[in-house]
Each structure stands twice: as structure tokens, then as C-alpha cells.
Design a protein. Structure first.
Length: 275
């Protein structure tokens, strides 16, 4: 059982929902990433999602696009991100860690070589935004061979055939994109999310995480009512822009926001147990 599976299973057995924050590796500076990851764990993160900076992050809204630009300006590469993971693992052997990125750097690395290097560094799962299930089997096989969970996105537009195909390839959990569009949008259709998650659960027993558009504790609590995991990215990364040149203030704002989400999500879990 992978770290991801173990953590989500333990949370589910305890009647709790997972909180998964996202940051871009190397934003605003490479030396900030590892300490920030530890701060997010201390603030209540159950799993961590790290963005690998990319020059054309087509699924990401402007906030995370700019985070990639800041990281790339410091020369952050996929190899450098793996070094950051290794440094994080030196003092945290338990928190599951997912890399989110795009296929081009992985293809340049080589599927098998990348999978082995990622596993050695301490990565647990890989989410490649632009790897469609019709073409993802070689990558998914290489990841599984190295003990990594291939994680895939489903969207409101995903039909029954695509849902089945992705759920058959995925492990760890399935990431449901809460609306049509890029990261950082503000609208959430909770009824629509709940209906789609029910459809997905009909074909898989994997936990379901929901991301995109979760910007505050109220939205996090609402999503926690129907999902197994709440994923938050742009709302956290935005704090780095809000405090340019002051990483201590940015970190304090990020951890305060994440802590408020943790409290709200746990309140939902407690109410469900009482009911």
C-alpha cells in the first residue's frame, strides 16, 4: 500500500476528509520551498501537491502561471524539484507527496528513469495534466513499476467511457476538477459536483479529491461534505503575490488560510460522525 493509499484509508476509517494544499516548487525562490512544505504540514495538510514549473501551464490560471514564471526565472528544473523532495524527506518520512506537472519534462527525462528518480527522492504520486488516458498507459506502467501512484483528472465534461478508462488507470485517488476552466476560478456548483462524484463512485472505490475554485474555509467545508479530499492551490499561491519580498508574511497568510480550512473541514467530519 502506497503512502497515499495508507493516509487516505486511515483518514476515511477515522471519518475525516483530507486537505491537500498545492504550491509551485521554487516559488518565490527555490530555498523557500522545503521550509514552506513543512509549514503547510504543521498547519494541517494531510498530503502535499507540488507543482513542477513549466513554461506553458495550460491548465493553470494566471496566479499559478505567474508562480511558474517566478520559479523558472530562478532556474528551477524537474531535477531540482526532485532534490527539494529529497530534502523534505530528510525530516518528514510520512506525509504523502504528489508532483503535478506536464508531460514534456517527463518525456525528456524518460519515463522509467523519471519514475525511478522520483521514487528514490520520496515522491508518492504523479499527476500529469496533459497525459490523456488513451496515451498514458506507458507512463502509468512505469510509475506503478516504481511504486508510484498515477493520478488523473476528471472534469464535469467527462463522459462514462472516459470515467471508466481513467479510473482503471489511476491509483491513490482520482482528482475531480470542479468546473470547466482553469485553476483559480471563483464559482462552485456543489450540487453538480455531488452528482458527478456519485457517477464516478459507481465505477471506482478510489477516494475522490476535488480541486479548482476552493478559495476559503466556507468552500472547503462545502466540498468536504461530498468529497474525500479537498485540494487548494491558487488561494495559497496568491498569498506569495500579496506579500512580494516578504516570505514570512506570505507563509503566515498561507498557513492561516490553510488552518481555517482545516478547522472547517474537521467540523464537517465531526457533524457527519454525530449524525
Amino acid at each position: 500500500m502506497s503512502r497515499i493509499e495508507s493516509r487516505l484509508s486511515a483518514l476515511g476509517n477515522a471519518g475525516r476528509k483530507a486537505l491537500i494544499p498545492f504550491i509551485t516548487a521554487g516559488d518565490p525562490e527555490p530555498q523557500v520551498t522545503v521550509p514552506l512544505l513543512h509549514e503547510l504540514v504543521a498547519a494541517g495538510a494531510d498530503l502535499l501537491e507540488i507543482g513542477v514549473p513549466f513554461s506553458d501551464p495550460m491548465a493553470d490560471g494566471p496566479v499559478i502561471q505567474r508562480a511558474s514564471e517566478r520559479a523558472l526565472a530562478h532556474g528551477v528544473t524537474l531535477h531540482g524539484v526532485l532534490d527539494m523532495v529529497s530534502a523534505f524527506r530528510a525530516t518528514d518520512a510520512d506525509t504523502p507527496l504528489i508532483l503535478m506537472g506536464y508531460l514534456n519534462p517527463i518525456e525528456a527525462f524518460g519515463y522509467e528513469a523519471f519514475a525511478k528518480a522520483a521514487a528514490t527522492a520520496g515522491v508518492d504520486g504523479i499527476l500529469t495534466v496533459d497525459a490523456p488516458p488513451e496515451e498514458a498507459t506507458p507512463l502509468a506502467d512505469a510509475l506503478r513499476e516504481a511504486g508510484l501512484d498515477p493520478i488523473f483528472l476528471l472534469a464535469p465534461t467527462s463522459g462514462p467511457e472516459r470515467i471508466e478508462r481513467i479510473c482503471a488507470l489511476a491509483s491513490g485517488f482520482v482528482y475531480y476538477v470542479s468546473f470547466k476552466g482553469v485553476t483559480g476560478s471563483a464559482s462552485l456548483d456543489l450540487a453538480g459536483i455531488a452528482a458527478k462524484l456519485e457517477q464516478i463512485r459507481a465505477v471506482t472505490r478510489l477516494p475522490l479529491g476535488v480541486g479548482f475554485g476552493i478559495s476559503d474555509a466556507e468552500r472547503a467545508a462545502a466540498v468536504a461534505q461530498v468529497a474525500d479530499a479537498v485540494i487548494v492551490g491558487s488561494a495559497l499561491v496568491r498569498q506569495i503575490e500579496a506579500y512580494p519580498g516578504d516570505i514570512q508574511a506570505a507563509t503566515a497568510a498561507m498557513t492561516e488560510l490553510l488552518g481555517s480550512m482545516r478547522t472547517a473541514i474537521d467540523a464537517v467530519s465531526a457533524q457527519a460522525v454525530e449524525a
